[in-house]
Design a protein around this ligand. Structure first.
Ligand code: ATP
Ligand code: ATP
Ligand code: MG
Ligand code: MG
Length: 300
């Protein structure tokens, strides 16, 4: 029988209507099980928005602190997140392979993160930009997507990719804006001169022409921001780096009460904002709970 002509009836308390067949048009979008889920959000049109609110070039610290403050609230709201990394107008939020939130439905995960982040970003705007209130049409909004990564190695390469990108862009932007703002060059002249240069050339321009040692720039500019739950740090060698097998135990095999217990423990931990290297092993070895998803000892 055509679902459209399904009988309208009451089964217990469950009411069905002749219109319910439309539900079947909804497409399933469940993300592959036992894979890392990264939801990356990015500010829409932030180039224009940053001009309108007169962000300092190349780095406005208030804007970065606001991004981090919104991301901390997302991490607090969703204890299933194990780490997040932010640079410029983007943030990557990482769910563990064992995550079962929203049955791993793509749209639910992405839209929840995007809207929670945007809500907090707008809510806290005034704290970071007290003298420039938000004005339509320059209202901050973000897009988002979920990408799955099958192994811990690839997840770490993804994180490294974002941090390397941060470094490359920041070195370029720092040199470019120094040439323009301190060197009085036009945007086009600075761009022309930087075309085809490598890192050492840019370091040299900064140092020889402007006396700026790039190494002395703020860590938040050079390394971006990494957010995670804080437990007692482990010494790199004694700590066990989780194996691929450790990270792939499906949470669906854990009981509900076990899942709830873990979630409660995660909520107790403080979410911290760090500006450190996440490419080398040390960061992950000292914080094994990020990849294992087993809460550590709360710091005394
Ligand atoms: P899209 O909508 O395609 O993302 P976009 O204008 O947001 O376009 P992005 O490539 O995301 O472009 O770049 C973000 C831009 O926002 C940067 O190039 C920079 O101009 C500006 N921006 C973001 N954060 C800051 C900041 N903290 N300080 C100064 N400028 C910033
Ligand atoms: P989820 O997070 O899975 O979306 P939900 O609690 O938001 O869960 P929905 O299936 O989206 O559940 O249903 C929305 C519910 O919100 C409705 O069942 C109704 O109880 C309530 N609701 C939504 N809009 C209104 C409204 N205008 N007036 C009264 N109640 C509303
Ligand atoms: Mg953007
Ligand atoms: Mg961007």
């Amino acid at each position: 029988m055509c679902p459209r002509h399904k009988k309208v009836g009451v089964v217990g308390l469950l009411t069905t209507s002749r219109y319910e067949y439309v539900k079947a048009f909804e497409q399933p979008d469940i993300l592959l099980p036992n894979t890392w889920i990264v939801v990356r959000i990015d500010g829409r049109g932030f180039h224009k928005l940053s001009d309108h609110y007169v962000f300092k070039k190349p780095n406005d610290l208030r804007a970065l602190d606001l991004m981090n403050a919104a991301a901390v609230e997302v991490m607090k709201d969703l204890p299933d997140l194990c780490i997040a990394y932010g640079v410029s107008d983007e943030f990557s939020f990482v769910f563990h392979p064992s995550c079962q939130l929203f049955e791993r439905r793509n749209a639910k995960l992405v839209t929840t993160i995007v809207s929670t982040f945007t809500a907090h970003y707008i809510h806290q705007w005034g704290t970071y930009f007290p003298s420039t209130p938000l004005q339509p049409p320059y209202l901050p909004s973000f897009d988002g997507r979920a990408v799955i990564y099958p192994t811990t190695r690839i997840l770490r390469d993804y994180m490294s990719w974002r941090q390397v990108d941060c470094h490359i862009n920041n070195l370029y932007n720092t040199t470019f804006w120094t040439m323009v703002l301190q060197g009085g060059m036009s945007n086009t002249d600075a761009e022309q001169e930087l075309k085809g240069t490598v890192s050492s050339d840019k370091n040299e321009i900064l140092f020889k022409r402007f006396g700026i040692n790039y190494n002395n720039e703020l860590e938040i500019y050079k390394k971006g921001s990494v957010l995670y739950r804080q437990y007692e740090l482990q010494t790199p060698n004694s700590a066990q780096t989780p194996t691929e097998e450790d990270t792939s135990v499906p949470e669906s095999t854990q009981s509900r009460s076990q899942q709830d217990k873990l979630r409660k423990l995660r909520r107790k931990a403080q979410v911290v904002v760090d500006h450190v290297d996440i490419i080398k092993d040390e960061f992950w070895e000292r914080r094994p709970w990020i990849l294992s998803n087993k809460p550590g000892k709360l710091p005394a």
